[in-house]
Design a protein around this ligand. Structure first.
Ligand code: ZN
Ligand code: ZN
Length: 337
């Protein structure tokens, strides 16, 4: 079974993301190591780093992934943006190294009209450059399959294969398989047959062992739409079947998998989506919960249908909450990538 988690906010410090994830029943979490919409970042303090590392041990969360900033475009034909992206990416790798985060998940980038071939050449040159320095950095870059929106590259398995094939240090590269993106770019996994064919094709072109993490998102649009719209598990055009197959696929046993689905300030949707996934794996974790629970300061959660998550035996205990939640786009660090 996959190890399940979600993208978590780092409001209040990177260490808080682990606490929050644990409360919601995550076994793994994905974070930004800085504000994802800004180039600059305040340096990580020693205390924050120590708290982060301590929380990881205390809550048994060894695998954590960071998601790269949306501003970075390692394919850019604009030399200023390209250089800036390269420096920012190097900086993110350094932050991951400091925090002991093994994976930095990155979108390959967009060519902006220059063409895929040129974009892939620029991207591989950028990766070679960041892998050279700092020496001894062991963080693995996971290239994410993209939805094929606009001029983005990485929406065909062949793109990923070519990038990995060109790199001198391929052991520093892996793949993050985003279910919504693969669906949007035209890989049809809605039936057992389609699922098998998709991963057979991936294995033939890239090699299935390159998949080190998943983004589990349903898609709000039809297969091949080339539009990146994440949606709740089982409620979009992917439906439950591909997630059932993934949850029970022994080839992916133990790999980290993160939700990047929309959520309100009380995270009720994350709890629901995690529960939906665990049900598909036959994990008997659903129980009724107390009438009211305080999940986060200021956010009341209402009971009834809520999940007792897999964190039942974890230090923070099971966090069982059903929540009444509305979308509050301003209240949360949003994750769309
Ligand atoms: Zn996306
Ligand atoms: Zn993703």
């Amino acid at each position: 079974m996959l190890k399940l988690g979600a993208h978590m906010s780092i409001a209040g410090g990177v260490d808080k993301a682990i606490l929050l994830g644990k409360k919601l029943g995550c076994e793994v979490v994905q974070i930004f190591t800085k504000n994802s919409n800004q180039w600059s970042a305040r340096p990580l303090g020693e205390e924050e780093i120590a708290a982060f590392r301590a929380n990881r041990v205390a809550f048994g969360m060894p695998v954590i992934a960071a998601h790269g900033s949306y501003l970075i475009n390692l394919c850019s034909a604009d030399s200023v943006l390209y250089r800036r992206s390269l420096e920012a990416f190097r900086h993110e790798l350094e932050r991951c190294e400091m925090l002991g985060i093994p994976y930095l998940i990155a979108h390959p980038g967009a060519h902006g009209g220059a063409g895929e071939k040129e974009a892939i050449a620029r991207l591989t040159a950028a990766l070679e450059a960041v892998f050279e320095r700092p020496a001894g950095c062991s963080v693995m870059v996971l290239l994410e399959i993209t939805a094929g929106q606009g001029s983005s590259v990485g929406h065909r398995f062949e793109h990923l294969a070519e990038i990995i094939g060109r790199i001198r240090e391929p052991r520093r590269l892996g793949v993050c398989f985003d279910t919504c993106h693969a669906h949007a770019s035209g890989y049809d996994m809605r039936t057992e047959d389609g699922y098998s064919r998709t991963f057979e094709e991936f294995d033939r072109t890239v090699g299935i062992e390159r998949i080190k993490a998943f983004h589990l998102n349903d898609c709000k649009k039809e297969v091949g739409c080339r539009i990146d719209r994440h949606w709740h598990i089982g409620r979009g055009f992917l439906g439950l079947e591909p997630f059932r197959l993934l949850m029970n696929d022994p080839r992916f046993d133990g790999l980290p998998a993160f939700l990047e689905t929309p959520k309100g300030p009380d995270y009720a949707e994350d709890i629901r989506n995690l529960r939906a996934l665990r049900r598909l794996a036959g994990d008997p974790v659903t129980k009724r919960v107390p009438r009211k629970l305080r999940l986060l300061p200021g956010s009341r959660v209402k009971a009834g249908s809520l999940a007792r998550t897999a964190s039942a035996s974890a230090p923070l205990g099971a966090f069982r909450a059903a929540a009444t939640s509305r979308k509050d786009p301003g209240a949360l660090e949003r994750k769309r990538g």
